[in-house]
Design a protein around this ligand. Structure first.
Ligand code: GLA
Length: 363
């Protein structure tokens, strides 16, 4: 059953009536531009096929009644004062979005949630959850919501309700992305351009099987190191540093290596967008390989199992595509961008661990 069908069935089972509507938000995979969004850099994510559905219906008691079908759990709280749970689980996101969403119904609302993104796999299940909730709240209020405003509310929810000082990439890709298109997003002003993938390319994700642990603390530490680097270099953000002018030895370690990654990674995103627009797969693949090496050696957010998976898949692909870790790191998924036949081979061989994102319909 699709998440939308499951959410609708859970609604009927929980509230005794059919939902008034069902909304969906995908997860995202980042093609290139890792750990640069919070440095006001450029990123190149795209939505995946899997995601989160929320079925919604009206209420009249001033409360939000929320059921998480994936966990068999529920929550009930005041729409006017949702409160902040001390445990960070799906309830923290639900309450955060009710508190911060651009629009919400006043009289009451019933919501059921069902998703099919593996949690901890680096495909942004939390951004998908937040954006789906925001869409459901807007529908229940009878309004439309601007995708950028929705993305910003979802990001604030991560910051204020989940304690993760994330950037804006995931939420923008989920709220404003389009299937089959990469989003060249400027995280400084949130302007973006959607670039269609060439017809003979394919994108797939492969789960490393390493569930991300301790990632929030490591993530916040990397973010603080980047801010420190910008401060020491006398710039507002690392986006302002030209690669040719950067001297990593001017900074203490490991801050110099962190900054070196960010500055070169922003340049890689520009090159990757150009390669995408000219359907130059061999240049695009080379950029993915450089990006992975930089995350492994300079930013130090990969783990040996992920490196081994990347190396193995790259060996299998040869010149037919590129592969790298994707997302915050410390486990999760890798992304493969390849010729369709090569991607299909990998998809068939890895079956349940591989998820088609684009260009593998025939698989
Ligand atoms: C997580 C964050 C994003 C981004 C990536 C790394 O997905 O939520 O904002 O920083 O890590 O690129």
């Amino acid at each position: 059953m699709s998440p939308a069908d499951r959410a609708a069935a859970a609604f009927k089972a929980s509230f005794g009536v059919q939902p008034a509507g069902t909304v969906f938000a995908p997860g995202r995979v980042n093609l290139i531009g890792e750990h640069v969004d919070y440095n006001e850099g450029l990123v190149l994510p795209m939505p995946v096929r899997h995601g989160t559905a929320v079925a919604w219906g009206p209420g009249s008691d001033g409360l939000a009644h929320v059921v998480a079908d994936d966990f068999g759990e529920s929550d009930r709280f005041s729409l006017a004062a949702p409160g902040k749970p001390s445990d960070i689980d799906w309830r923290a996101y639900a309450r955060g979005m009710v508190a911060l969403a651009p629009t919400r119904p006043e009289a009451g609302v019933c919501l059921t949630i069902a998703g099919d993104l593996p949690r901890g796999s680096g495909l942004s299940s939390s951004a998908s959850l937040c954006v789906a909730l925001g869409r459901a709240l807007a529908s229940a209020a009878g309004t439309h919501v601007d995708p950028t405003a929705l993305a910003l509310a979802a990001q604030r929810t991560e910051h204020e309700y989940a304690g993760v000082a994330c950037g804006i990439m995931d939420q923008m890709a989920v709220a404003a992305g389009e299937p089959g298109h990469a989003m060249l997003l400027d995280c400084r002003d949130l302007s973006y351009r959607l670039i269609p993938l060439p017809r003979d390319w394919a994108v797939l994700t492969v789960d490393s099987g390493v569930t991300r642990g301790l990632v929030d603390g490591e993530y916040n530490e990397r973010r603080a190191q980047c801010a420190e680097a910008a401060h020491l270099l006398g710039v507002a953000s690392l986006r302002d540093v030209e690669p040719a002018e950067f001297d990593p030895s001017a900074l203490p370690e490991p801050i110099g290596r962190r900054a070196a990654h960010v500055i070169a990674e922003i340049a890689r995103v520009r090159q990757a967008a150009a390669a995408l627009e000219t359907a130059d797969l061999s240049s695009f693949a080379a950029i993915l390989r450089q990006g992975h090496a930089s995350l492994r050696d300079l930013f130090e957010v990969s783990v040996p199992q992920v490196d081994a998976l990347v190396d193995g898949l790259q060996g299998e692909l040869g010149k037919r595509g590129g592969v790298r870790m994707t997302g915050a790191g410390f486990g999760g998924s890798v992304v493969v961008v390849a010729q369709q036949g090569a991607a299909r081979q990998i998809g068939e061989r890895l079956a349940s661990r591989a998820q088609a994102v684009y260009g593998m319909d025939e698989a």
